[in-house]
Design a protein around this ligand. Structure first.
Ligand code: CA
Length: 241
């Protein structure tokens, strides 16, 4: 982290919610600013490049998913992390946002503490070199409890070699590539597609179950995010909601 304050842009048309987020962001040592319109947000983001965006999906002029799509389509703004704010029960929106490239989300009503934790996480991940970068031929995860050797297609769990199918290996490798990030079933299918048999949403679940069984005591590292998908546990942060 640099010493400069992280700049968070809040895109939210409800003033009370925007003020609440601003208050907590500033208390957490960030600089916060609110914009009430999706269209104006796009202009401002292109011009000023904030460090992170809190994006409400329900906006009056241009909905949040469209804002997300446009930001992630442009080379200029693609790298800016987005944390979505969604209405309760709108899992389809969450899935769509994640597939468009949003980094994380909270659901209304959310705890400001949880939102701040999410913001710090995406900022940290954005700045940090990924420990588990897929460019290396070995991924060392959870302090060495899981080691994935990409060249040899080998997985070692707590010093024990584990035999995974190609699909299980592909799923684990994909999820572990970005610990803490939720992946939807469609993203998993896209990543593993072609490496083995054809996958469907339901077979993803079946492979995950088999993968967890083989991981034994470490099964919990593949987390279910209800209604959205799966993620690999992030050892450096614990979710407190
Ligand atoms: Ca709204």
């Amino acid at each position: 982290m640099t010493t400069a304050k992280a700049e968070v842009l809040i895109v939210e048309d409800e003033p009370e919610i925007a003020e609440l987020i601003e208050f907590h962001a500033e208390r957490a040592g960030m600089r916060a600013r609110t914009i009430h319109s999706g269209k104006l947000a796009l202009e401002l983001i292109r011009r000023e490049k904030p460090d992170v965006i809190v994006l409400d999906l329900m906006l009056p002029d241009l909905d949040g998913l469209e804002v997300c799509r446009r930001l992630k389509q442009s080379d200029d703004t693609r790298g800016i992390p987005i944390v979505m704010v969604t209405a309760k029960g709108e899992e389809a929106d969450i899935v769509a946002g994640i597939e468009l490239g949003a980094d994380d989300y909270v659901t209304k009503p959310f705890s400001p503490r949880v939102l701040m934790a999410r913001l710090r996480n995406v900022l940290r991940r954005n700045g940090a070199v990924d420990e588990a970068s897929p460019k290396n031929d070995r991924m060392i995860l959870l302090g060495g409890k899981i080691v994935i050797d990409l060249d040899r297609h080998e997985t070692v769990v707590e010093s024990r070699k584990v035999e995974l199918t190609l699909t299980e290996f592909g799923i684990l490798h994909y999820l572990a590539g970005r610990p803490g990030f939720v992946r939807t079933r469609d993203q998993i299918i896209g990543a593993v597609h072609g490496k083995s048999t054809v996958l469907s949403s339901r077979t993803v679940d079946v492979h995950i179950t088999a993968l967890r069984r083989k991981l034994g005591d470490m099964a919990d590292c593949v987390e279910t995010v209800r209604g959205v998908g799966y993620r690999f546990a992030d050892a450096s942060t614990s979710d407190d909601d």
